[in-house]
Write a protein that binds this ligand. Structure first.
Ligand SMILES: [Fe+2]
Length: 190
């Protein structure tokens, strides 16, 4: 079933690759002053394989998100069987980015290491500010979106169950307005 393709599977010995969205040094510097300073020092000293989550249809996730985010899984390369129901890693989103509303079968934990960033849990829900040390827990199928303004988002993520079921975008009519405002703030062309 196409929906259950293992989008995160990769050989066990993938070479290090920096986040394609850039802003990693900026994110580490921002996280270093937060509650996860020791974790940041460890991260700063190791080479990880960063990639992108490319399962979304381009006409739903938008043109910016694919090149303005990256993630690195700490599980997928080590044990594919275990990794079907558990994944943990880091997500990085560049400043001036809306990660549009979406949902997935996997339950999901986010622990932001930088902030502030902004989150909503429903396409018409109000935005909530999250700071380093705050926790976001998304039960399966909960609609959620993330808005990253001046500070890049670096966060720990964990997925449990159905790791390989692809996420789906949920349309919201305010995307264009939000992304236009972000473009004005940092000069990004939409
Ligand atoms: Fe998610």
């Amino acid at each position: 079933m196409a929906e259950m393709d293992d989008l995160r599977k990769r050989p066990a010995s993938m070479p290090p690759a920096p986040p394609r969205c850039g802003h990693y040094s900026q994110a580490l510097a921002a996280a270093e002053v937060g509650p996860a300073a020791e974790l940041v020092r460890i991260l700063d000293g190791i080479d990880l394989h960063w990639t992108g989550y490319d399962a979304y249809a381009a006409d739903t996730i938008g043109s910016l998100f694919p090149r303005r985010h990256a993630y690195t899984s700490l599980i997928a390369a080590t044990d594919p069987d275990w990794g079907r129901d558990f994944d943990i890693g880091f997500l990085l989103i560049a400043p001036g980015t809306l990660y549009r509303d979406h949902h997935h079968l996997a339950s999901e934990l986010y622990a932001p290491l930088t902030g502030p960033t902004y989150w909503r849990f429903g396409t018409t829900a109000p935005w909530t500010e999250k700071m380093p040390g705050d926790i976001v827990w998304n039960p399966p199928q909960r609609v959620h979106a993330t808005l990253v303004r001046d500070t890049p988002l670096l966060c720990l993520y964990a997925w449990t169950e159905n790791v390989h079921a692809t996420a789906k975008v949920d349309f919201s009519p305010d995307w264009r307005e939000i992304e236009a405002a972000l473009a004005q703030e940092d000069g990004v062309a939409l």
